[in-house]
Write a protein of this length. Structure first.
Length: 435
């Protein structure tokens, strides 16, 4: 242990990050910036090629962040799992999606552990960052690594530290976001505290890896449940003829005891719709039903249907059917001002409208193409009088760069699921219907 701690103190520890995506690449960059020779290991040749060419594919990391680190030999990427064997510190940042039956898919972590196993050696610090269910590190990763005959807390050090990346957040990034850290044993906690203490500004030690896993799930379940609540408030407000957004903005003036969340077309991204179901799945194995999580998931996954119903009712009021109508979806990324369309509710809205016979197009300044099943759609221009030809324009993602004044002045019918037109409704040519 002392050699590892010495290497960390002297910034001589070699670091490997398994998975250089939206979590791993920023982390690898921060490690290299702090002076640690860092290699990003990924199975994607494209990612590895781009990093080694000093080109970033992550919005929050710029080419000029990578280039000096590459030039000084402090950062590189590789598809060779052999790089793990020479690492003193290995951080696992691989995806943890759900499978088709909405159950945890930890296969990426297990594959990473298999790669790691071959290079596992004494005095190695292993940190899992991928979001998973409480107990995974202790119940799955620990026994797997101890099959080597090496013992955690003595020969190697095994920790969990949840990633807290908010893509596109201008203020909080990897280094200045408080980082929760949990160890399998006290010496494991000592090792991760020493390592991350050299790279990150603020550490939050907790009592175990289970606790650290649970902190992350509480954070994201808190968001999913509150978004589910406010989506149901939107459904109730519609039936009451009340403007949901007015209510939320007024409630948000309460200086204590309230935190605003906003209704939308559904939950997107690879975290908020997914992580809480890791928790409810684990509790099911313990014969407990996490009702808030399941209910929020029901409501949030129902929102695309609510949006399509709004479109159908609005067209119907014009004595039009969805079938044969030309509908433009404005914004398809899972949230504003980013390009990521993973799990975006826009995909569901498009498929539901197509299923009813609508001719659906989309415009998104961040997403030039969009795969819907076997088909690939291309973003349609909306400059000139591009909006006049549509029977309905549905705002699904409220990118800041879109001119919503132009949208309401030109479109005959606007369905606004994000309150993006709140300031320009007075200029509307036709009807603007809010969620
Ligand atoms: N959403 C709403 N209403 C809201 C807030 C969000 O409908 O009031 C929707 C968004 O449109 C989006 C989804 O929920 O489709 C997720 O939004 P998000 O803001 O939680 O964004 P993510 O998933 O990119 O990042 C979140 C982090 N976000 C924030 O803390 C603001 C954080 O929860 C995690 O660090 C991250 O997921 C993660 O990696 O777990």
């Amino acid at each position: 242990m002392s050699t590892l701690l010495e290497k960390i103190k002297k910034h001589e520890a070699q670091v490997a990050v398994i998975g250089i995506g939206y979590v791993g690449l920023p982390l690898a960059t921060e490690m290299a910036r702090a002076g640690f020779r860092t290699v990003g290991y990924d199975k994607s040749e494209e990612k590895v090629r781009m990093v080694n060419a000093g080109r970033s594919y992550i919005k929050d990391i710029h080419d000029q962040d990578l280039q000096p680190l590459l030039a000084e030999g402090r950062l590189r990427a590789s598809t060779d799992p052999g790089v793990l064997a020479t690492a003193d510190v290995v951080v696992i940042c691989v995806p943890t999606p759900l499978n088709k039956t909405k159950e945890p898919d930890n296969s990426f972590i297990v594959a990473a552990a298999d790669d790691l196993f071959r290079g596992l050696h004494k005095d190695m610090l292993i940190i899992l960052e991928s979001t998973t269910f409480p107990g995974f590190t202790r119940e799955v990763l620990l026994p797997k690594l101890q099959e080597s005959g090496l013992k955690a807390g003595q020969d190697f050090f095994l920790c969990f530290s949840p990633e807290r990346v908010d893509p596109g957040n201008a203020r909080y990034h990897t280094r200045n976001t408080p980082k929760v850290v949990g160890g399998t044993t006290p010496r494991c906690l000592e090792a991760i505290t020493a390592m991350y203490g050299e790279v990150l500004e603020h550490l939050v030690p907790v009592s175990s890896t289970d606790a650290a896993e649970m902190v992350k799930l509480l954070e994201n379940t808190f968001r999913a449940v509150n978004i589910g609540l406010v989506n149901e408030v939107a459904i109730m407000a519609q039936k009451l003829g009340i403007d949901t957004w007015e209510i939320i903005d007024a409630a948000a003036t309460k200086p204590f005891g309230f935190m605003p969340f906003y209704p939308g077309p559904g939950l997107g991204g690879h975290c908020i719709p997914v992580d809480p179901l890791y928790l409810s799945w684990k509790l099911k194995t313990l014969k407990y039903e996490a009702r808030f999580i399941e209910l929020a998931d029901d409501i949030n996954t129902h929102m695309p249907h609510v949006v399509v119903e709004l479109v159908a009712d609005a067209l119907n009021a014009d004595r039009k059917s969805v079938n044969g109508s030309r509908v433009l979806i404005l914004g398809v990324a899972y949230k504003r001002d980013i390009e990521d369309v993973r799990e975006s509710p826009a995909l569901d809205v498009i498929e539901l409208l197509q299923g009813k016979g609508a001719e659906v197009s989309y415009h998104d300044p961040y997403a030039a193409t969009l795969r819907i099943g076997e088909h690939v759609l291309h973003s349609k221009p909306i400059d000139g009088n591009g909006l006049e030809g549509y029977d309905a324009v549905v705002i699904v993602t409220d990118h800041s760069s879109v001119d919503y004044g132009k949208v309401v002045r030109e479109a005959r019918l606007v369905i606004d699921t994000r309150n993006a037109t709140r300031k320009v409704r007075g200029e509307a040519r036709g009807r603007v219907i809010g969620l």
